[in-house]
Design a protein around this ligand. Structure first.
Ligand code: SF4
Length: 340
């Protein structure tokens, strides 16, 4: 069976349900890279230019892991636009497949399936027909596979809005072929009851806040401190768009609109005690988005705000100290508000 390698990084965190369903429906076997670890990071850093953002370096490390696994193809789509209106992704997401091709030539990588996903100007099916053609799959089968894949992706999106915690979202992402019914959400000791817990919102790119290495397991750390963590993934799309427009009338970066929308929504939510915005050094869009969130946070003095910017040199102990101080401050404020 033809094997397709998908790096467990960048947009894997958004579209893996769609991608794995599509490839399985056309008769391929999907292989994903292992969880991010020090070796993946080191491989990525060694084979990428210094000025590239950390998520792209990690992506390179994951790709090397797939090359070592001996997959037949790598799937690295050029994600230019994912909306039907004029809105785009970060240029680095468009150019990833070229960067991988040129930086890893010495490792003799397999062929890269890299269709342009450009839904602003072209129907999505065109990109997948291109993939089908490269793999020798007939048009009819590709169309059916994409329809099924979009259905699964939609169910995953729906699941995220009802998920009781970010842990459940990640569990579902890795067991995506199983049923999506909310009743099937498995119990998780870390998610036991949310009654009375302090709620903190965590916003940022999904490949930053959910990657255990980049985020330094921030969600687990907060959870173990008795905090209930909420992320932008858990909010409906309409709410994100409505809330982003209250801050900026027009912006042409799809994923950044979602981050801004989530930040603004949670800053207004009375149940939320604090907001953490996590981004990485050398991220172009973050320079604008971070400033916009900071300005908005200043208008909500009742909420504590923490901006964390990380790269491969960031020490975990330093981040942990800041997190502990942040949570401690919120707990003290809570205590003072209740006369303790
Ligand atoms: S949005 Fe930022 S973190 Fe994401 S790929 Fe672009 S530069 Fe890197």
């Amino acid at each position: 069976m033809t094997t397709i390698g998908i790096p467990r990084a960048l947009l894997y965190y958004k579209y893996y349900p769609l991608w794995i369903t599509f490839f399985e429906e056309i008769g391929c076997q999907v292989v994903i890279s292992r969880n991010s670890n020090k070796r993946i990071l080191d491989d990525g850093v060694r084979n990428t230019l210094d000025e590239v953002c950390l998520p792209c370096k990690i992506f390179t490390g994951h790709t090397i892991n797939l090359i070592e696994k001996g997959v037949d193809y790598l799937f690295i789509p050029r994600m230019k636009s994912v909306e039907t209106k004029k809105s785009f992704t970060c240029p680095r997401l468009v150019g990833t497949s070229d960067v991988i091709y040129y930086s890893l030539r010495a490792l003799n990588p397999p062929n890269i399936l890299n269709p342009y996903i450009e839904t602003y100007t072209h129907p999505l099916i065109e990109a997948y027909l291109e993939v089908g053609e490269a793999l020798g799959v007939e048009k009819d089968r590709v169309e059916k596979a994409l329809a099924k894949a979009l259905e699964v992706q939609e169910k995953f999106t729906h699941f995220k809005k009802k998920a009781p915690s970010p842990h459940q979202i990640m569990k579902k992402l890795s067991t995506v072929n199983r049923e999506f019914a909310p009743a099937n959400i498995p119990p998780n000791i870390e998610d036991e009851g949310s009654d009375g817990k302090i709620k903190i919102a965590l916003v940022g790119h999904s490949y930053v806040i959910y990657d255990p290495l980049i985020s330094m397991n921030l969600i687990d750390k907060l959870t173990s401190m008795g905090i209930e963590v909420l992320t932008g993934e858990m909010l409906p799309e309409e709410l994100l768009m409505q809330n982003y427009q209250e801050i900026l009338k027009q912006m042409h970066w799809t994923y950044e609109k979602e981050i801004l929308g989530a930040a603004n929504y949670y800053l207004k939510d009375d149940q939320i005690r604090g907001l953490i915005y996590m981004s990485t050094f050398a991220c172009g869009p973050a320079s604008l988005v971070g400033e916009a969130i900071l300005r908005q946070a200043r208008k909500h003095q009742d909420k504590s705000f923490l901006a964390l910017v990380v790269d491969e040199h960031t020490g975990e102990a330093g981040v942990m100290t800041r997190i502990e101080a942040f949570v401690d401050m919120i707990k003290r404020k809570e205590g003072a508000a209740h006369g303790n």
